[in-house]
Design a protein around this ligand. Sequence first.
Ligand code: MN
Length: 230
Amino acid sequence: MNFAFAPHPTVAAPVLGGAPFPVHRIYCVGRNYVEHAKEMGFSGREPPFFFLKPADALVCVGPDATGSIDYPRLTAEFHHEVELVVAIGKGGADIVEADAAQHVFGYAVGLDMTRRDRQTEMKKAGRPWCIGKAFDQSAPLGLIAPVATTGALTAGAITLSVNGQERQRGDLRELIWNVAEIIVHLSRAWTLQPGDLIYTGTPAGVGAVVRGDLMRAHIEGLPPLQVAVH
Ligand code: MN
């Protein structure tokens, strides 16, 4: 087909021991760990809610590499959020909990980078969060490990350090809504497609990074993710 201009290529996320994962959409879950919900001023007992990032906000980083992101414009409060990312291999709508596992292709470590000042401002005004969450390079992602190699991830430490100092620590057991429940809720609102990624929420300890900082994100059983801020 002749397009008016060259179309953007499909974003390809590297997969451990296999062909790359063609990314469709990036869904994110808000406030999915009790201690983080509390630090954001909430009780931690509300139903899950979702927002999206564009697929081309991804910055894919191999396990032996250090990724690089630019400090974004329009913020003085650039926050890290380490998250378990679920890669969807089989689509569907109204998926039931017993079937949810069949839709998981694999898992990765991700960072839901946030312009916290812009997000806070928009929340207060009752406006959409896009400028705070869905900007360029806002979704660093580590290597995707196929579920065949990891098994279902339901427990394990999730941590983030900045310049060698630990900032965030939690355990996947502390997810308010687990991976199967997230798939159930999401697939009621959107038809999930192969290629979708789900950032499942962050534990407590979110905070700011500045130019020159090095973030190291880790989840037990997954390839680590290292990203520098320039
Ligand atoms: Mn998040």
